[in-house]
Ligand binder design. Structure first.
Ligand code: GLN
Length: 195
């Protein structure tokens, strides 16, 4: 059984913990550096990325998170998590960790108040957006694994997957299963109806 951590300092970590249990993982809340020990996978959830940055600093979590991201173990970053993982952040600009070579614009899907559910262009994957970031640049070696209205909304580099939407808040478990529940085939292609 995979032991998978969810950064649990603020925001939408509880739904990710439940999704991990749904796909057969042991789910662990990560609040201190010691919580990162012995994990096979890691999730950075949505929430308020500015607050996440402050709390990651206060709890001394950054070295451990950097090391995890560099290790090649499966990692999912959603919404605010994607903002933290990006190379460059705009609207407004703020520091980020640069694990994933993409640029993101915060709160950029529609107006600030807009949250909406949609379906991916190239599959039936449900997409729930909550003040979501827009992926404005894709670096070399980063693959787009889902699009909406022609724009990238999920990307990956190896087993580090970034989603602008919230896979933990719909009933579809394909994203969590692909990374943490043995559904490895999906990593080679975008999720489709039959995967
Ligand atoms: N708008 C938030 C931010 O910029 C992200 C929203 C979310 O994670 N649902 O940090």
């Amino acid at each position: 059984m995979m032991r998978v951590g969810v950064l649990a300092v603020q925001g939408g970590f509880a739904a990710h913990l439940r999704a991990l249990v749904d796909v057969g993982c042991e789910a662990v809340s990560v609040r201190r550096p010691v919580d990162l020990e012995g994990l096979d996978g890691l999730i950075l959830p949505g929430g308020e990325s500015t607050t996440h940055l402050q709390l990651i600093e206060r709890f001394g979590l950054q070295p451990g998170l950097d090391a995890f991201a560099a290790s090649g173990r499966p990692m999912l970053v959603t919404c605010a998590g994607l903002i933290l993982a990006a190379a460059r952040v705009t609207d407004p600009a703020q520091p980020s960790f640069g694990w994933l070579d993409v640029d993101v614009a915060r709160n950029a899907w529609g107006r600030q108040v807009h949250s909406f559910q949609a379906v991916a262009d190239d599959s039936d994957l449900p997409l729930l957006f909550i003040r979501a970031p827009r992926i404005t640049r894709i670096g070399e070696g980063v693959e787009v694994t889902a699009r909406f209205n022609g724009e990238p909304v999920m990307v990956r580099r190896g087993r580090l997957v970034g989603a602008a939407f919230h896979p933990e808040l719909t009933h579809d478990r394909r994203v969590h299963r692909a990374l943490f529940g043995g559904g490895q085939g999906w990593l080679l292609r975008p999720p489709t109806l039959n995967s």
